[in-house]
Design a protein around this ligand. Structure first.
Ligand SMILES: [Zn+2]
Ligand SMILES: [Zn+2]
Length: 194
């Protein structure tokens, strides 16, 4: 399971709609479940797809305080491997037989790239909305340990009492957008070295 966090003005429905628009055509099908705060988008091959094997993936989009968290589950392979295997087997016996399976092969290769396409659509949608994996201004607040005043990130000392804030500055993982502490050596979410 892969999980990314985007900060800013973006809602689960923005991502859900973009995925529906991209995948609800041709041999693919997409549908959404849930509403506003937590949406699930299922992307998969149509049961009556003309070529290739069957596959499906689930994308979960959860609203956060100021942004969203996106998770993509494991891709279910309901015959893509079998379909590719059949193409390989047929080619061993008779290379010309591949000509009859080109549609299947093309569709199977497309199926193998679904998760990449899903992340592409998500990245585009997030960028269009002006959200990002960086902390948004709204979340860029630090609570002073001493007087509990809220301070903007980057402030060296508390604007209310003047206590030093330097060590407390939060930041985000560049790979997945998770909010990390300065003391974290690796991202608790995706294990990326910070
Ligand atoms: Zn203070
Ligand atoms: Zn990370």
């Amino acid at each position: 399971m892969e999980r990314k966090i985007y900060h800013g003005k973006i809602k689960p429905v923005d991502i859900a709609q973009a995925l529906l628009g991209e995948f609800n055509q041709g041999n693919m099908r997409a549908q959404t479940l849930g509403q506003s705060d937590k949406m699930i988008v299922q992307v998969g091959t149509r049961p009556d797809a003309a070529s290739g094997g069957q596959t499906a993936m689930t994308v979960t989009i959860q609203k956060l305080e100021d942004g969203i968290m996106v998770e993509i589950g494991q891709q279910a392979w309901l015959g893509v491997a079998a379909s590719l295997g059949m193409s390989a087997l047929a080619a061993l016996r008779n290379p010309f037989s591949l000509l009859g399976r080109l549609d299947d092969i093309a569709q199977d290769i497309e199926n193998l790239q679904i998760s990449e396409r899903i992340w592409q659509i998500i990245t585009q949608t997030v960028q269009t909305a002006g959200a990002s994996m960086e902390l948004s201004d709204k979340l860029k607040r630090l609570t002073c340990e001493y007087c509990h005043a809220a301070n903007p990130v980057g402030e060296a000392s508390c604007i209310a009492c003047g206590a030093p804030l330097g060590k407390a500055q939060p930041t985000t993982c560049r790979n997945c957008g998770y909010v990390v502490r300065p003391s974290d050596k690796t991202c608790p979410n995706c294990k990326q070295v910070l």
